[in-house]
Design a protein around this ligand. Structure first.
Ligand code: 5GP
Length: 112
């Protein structure tokens, strides 16, 4: 498996993305193929391939990603109506980009 993904190129600005949040640890940007009116991806700047590769040392980072998802939902005006936060893990879980990312999407009624 490659050590880098398209998300490293977004972090380094080699390819453009519509960035909605950034700090020293994480980046959030609009998904290129949105599933809902609001669909952001929240990623760590340091690559972790899958959630299976995360460990105790990543606990605060993972929490920071979750709280950023919630903050961005509030900023996008969908916190009260509702949204979904999802992380796909490995091929069977639907993961295509092997650099962990939280999907945060909403702005329409989501099916179960
Ligand atoms: P996964 O299936 O791995 O959980 O989700 C990967 C997500 O990354 C998909 O929703 C896909 O649309 C998004 N994506 C893939 N390539 C790019 C890209 O170059 N730019 C942006 N903004 N999103 C991308």
């Amino acid at each position: 498996m490659s050590d880098t993904t398209i998300f490293d190129k977004i972090i380094s600005r080699e390819i453009p993305a519509d960035i909605v949040y950034e700090d020293d640890q994480i980046l959030a940007f609009k998904d290129i193929a949105p599933k809902a009116p609001v669909h952001y991806l929240i990623i760590p700047k340091q690559r972790i391939a899958t959630l299976n590769d995360a460990s105790q040392k990543d606990q605060a980072l993972l929490g920071h990603m979750m709280l950023t998802a919630s903050n961005l939902a509030a900023e996008a005006g969908i916190a009260e109506s509702g949204y979904r936060v999802q992380m796909n893990v490995n091929k069977g879980g639907g993961q295509v980009v092997f650099h962990i990312h939280l999907h945060m999407f909403g702005g329409r009624q989501l099916a179960e």
